[in-house]
Design a protein around this ligand. Structure first.
Ligand code: ADP
Length: 266
């Protein structure tokens, strides 16, 4: 990454001041770097103990018939919190990657339909627990080819659908639509949930921003999801937009550059 430095042309007092400033800047940069590295290392190190706890809780829950209802509820609560810690750590590791200026995407050619189908498959159970239906509009015959980082695009859509489920009441509906535009494909995740106030719309893509902290805690959010979504979209030269009506629903749209299919070259 490029070092920030003020050009120094003079040898007088101002020149010495500039030199001191440059020294300070270099030290600041160094400490930022160490802080970020520390975050990445901690996130990584937490993975092992958490997976050990998770394995033990799963074992405990296997003892089903030997447990009282109270004991079972305690283990279920632990399991829930451990799952939450796990997803926070995954998010922090992605953010650590985002802070690395030399980050490289692992790009490949794939069809968006396949990713969306996989995301729906993965999220269906979570949605069903709240009696929420996930629908999609596209025809299997058409191709929606992009050249992108498959695991990051999957993460992006998982985040959006996860939010749509979290912030939609039981019995609600989520629609995922895929539209073919001139140079872009547009993926929209539309819910008929609680919505977002206009005053919050400008802030939701910021790290750690949550509209209602007490309510978000109940939903188990970190305020990191959308900042990750924005980073992923930016890295791909795309765009993410949001429209929302407070009380009646939200629509997130992602625009990704099309990859020409081989038949287009004929
Ligand atoms: P969190 O982990 O809190 O969900 P996000 O960065 O994913 O963090 O989202 C930031 C905030 O934006 C959330 O706390 C929530 O208030 C709001 N939000 C995100 N998606 C939706 C949605 N589909 N409907 C209503 N509010 C949403």
């Amino acid at each position: 990454s490029k070092r920030i430095e003020i050009a120094q042309h003079r040898e007088d007092e101002i020149g010495r001041l500039v030199k001191t400033l440059n020294n300070l800047l270099a030290r600041l940069e160094n400490s930022f770097y160490r802080q970020k590295q520390f975050n990445a290392d901690v996130s990584h190190e937490l993975r092992t103990p958490i997976s050990v706890i998770k394995a033990h809780v799963d074992d405990a829950l296997e003892l089903d018939q030997h447990l009282t209802t109270e004991q079972k509820n305690i283990f279920l609560t632990i399991k829930n919190q451990v799952d939450q810690m796990n997803s926070m750590i995954s998010q922090m590791l992605i953010l650590a990657r985002a802070d690395d200026n030399n980050v490289k995407l692992d790009k490949e050619k794939f069809d968006l339909i396949i990713v969306i189908a996989a995301v729906i498959e993965e999220m269906n159970l979570q949605a069903a627990e709240k009696d929420i239906k996930i629908e999609s509009n596209f025809k299997q015959q058409s191709e929606f080819l992009v050249k992108a980082d498959l695991s990051l695009i999957t993460q992006l859509l998982l985040n959006l659908v996860d939010n749509a489920i979290k912030y939609t009441r039981s019995g609600g509906k989520i629609k995922i639509s895929l539209t073919d535009l001139n140079n872009y494909y547009k993926i929209s995740v539309i819910d008929n949930g609680i919505g977002i106030k206009d005053t919050d719309l400008n802030n939701i893509f910021k790290r750690f921003y949550r509209v209602d902290k007490s309510r978000s805690r109940q939903y188990g959010g970190t305020g990191l999801g959308l900042s990750i979504c924005k980073w992923i979209v930016d890295m791909h030269g795309g765009e993410i937009t949001v429209k929302s009506n407070w009380g009646s629903g939200t629509e997130f749209s992602v625009f990704l550059l099309k990859e020409k299919s081989s038949s287009d070259f004929n």
